[in-house]
Design a protein around this ligand. Structure first.
Ligand SMILES: NC(=O)C1=CN([C@@H]2O[C@H](COP(=O)(O)OP(=O)(O)OC[C@H]3O[C@@H](n4cnc5c(N)ncnc54)[C@H](O)[C@@H]3O)[C@@H](O)[C@H]2O)C=CC1
Ligand SMILES: C[C@H](O)[C@@H]1OC(=O)[C@H](O)[C@@H]1O
Length: 256
């Protein structure tokens, strides 16, 4: 453990599985106490908390559908009650129900917007209000995507939310700079998690995606920990705000 986040209080949304879970546990490994938001997977959240506590840190799981604006204040208030405050907020929860464009069901479009975009807005707003109240700055990190920059045939409802989250970090960096709060976006490439399990079950598609990555493999949730800790750490990234960091094994720059 390096202690880069020693004594920090971290909140992560959608941390019962995938990237959020790896990031929550990774922050604890670097010395932070961590509040874990989860939607419905209590078992996943409880086991993430158990791993955080096994590292000697405080962990707490708080349920809430991020699409509901009131989940945001409930999560942040719960984290304050259990951990004493919030120094670092990671907006991670997201969905990507792959679907073709011309027959996109309205409810799939609207749910994706509400979880990924509205959820991010209200969560970030609640976290920022708490950080402003504490008066000691903070770091907000949003899981955007390579999909903020490029399109996807079956992601027409999803990619705009990831561009929106990137834009949210740019505007909140401007709005919150005077409070010493840094806001940055991480742009993962393709990371193997439940979100793309069905899509990548197609062997041909998976091989195509792998071939696009100069580093020769798709990502793992753990690949997102270092970049998150970097942006979270005042020591390493104290003058970094409004930035976007691709974490994609080089996929984006690989034209031919
Ligand atoms: N896996 C990938 O290739 C990439 C993922 N991302 C982003 O990373 C984030 C995490 O995704 P993954 O870990 O890959 O997916 P995942 O499906 O493994 O994890 C998503 C997490 O969000 C939670 N969640 C979903 N809807 C929720 C809701 N309404 N309220 C509370 N929690 C909710 C899930 O329970 C789960 O814990 C998402 O925002 C996704 O868009 C971005 C680029 C690439
Ligand atoms: C769900 C996709 O596999 C994943 O999500 C993204 O944001 C990128 O498009 C990845 O490929």
């Amino acid at each position: 453990m390096t202690g880069l986040l020693e004594g920090k209080r971290v909140c992560v949304t959608g941390a019962s599985a995938g990237i959020g879970r790896a990031v929550a546990i990774g922050c604890a490994r670097h010395g932070a106490d961590v509040a874990v938001n989860f939607g419905s997977d209590r078992q996943g959240a409880d086991s993430a908390v158990a791993e955080i506590e096994a590292l000697g840190r405080k962990g707490v799981a708080i349920q809430g559908d991020v699409a509901e604006p009131e989940s945001a204040t409930r999560f942040i208030d719960g984290a304050v009650a259990e951990l004493g405050g919030v120094d670092i907020f990671v907006n991670n929860a997201g969905i990507c129900p792959f679907h073709s464009f011309l027959d996109m069901p309205t409810e799939v479009f609207e749910r994706t917007m509400r979880v990924n975009m509205h959820g991010a807005y209200f969560m970030v707003q609640a976290a920022a209000n708490q950080m402003v109240k504490q008066g000691d700055g903070g770091s907000i990190i949003a899981m955007s995507s390579i999909s903020a920059l490029v399109g996807g045939e079956f992601q027409t409802h999803y990619t705009p939310t990831k561009a929106g989250v990137l834009s949210l970090m740019q505007s909140t960096a401007v709005a919150l700079g005077k409070h010493g709060i840094r806001c940055n976006a991480l742009l993962p490439g393709t990371i193997l998690t439940d979100i793309n399990k069905d899509d990548l079950a197609d062997g041909e598609k998976r091989e195509y995606m792998e071939r696009r990555v100069p580093l020769g493999r798709l990502g793992r949730p753990e690949d997102m920990v270092g970049p998150t800790v970097f942006l979270a750490s005042d020591e390493l990234a104290g003058y970094v705000t409004g930035a976007a960091l691709l974490v994609d094994g080089g996929m984006f720059v690989n034209l031919q």
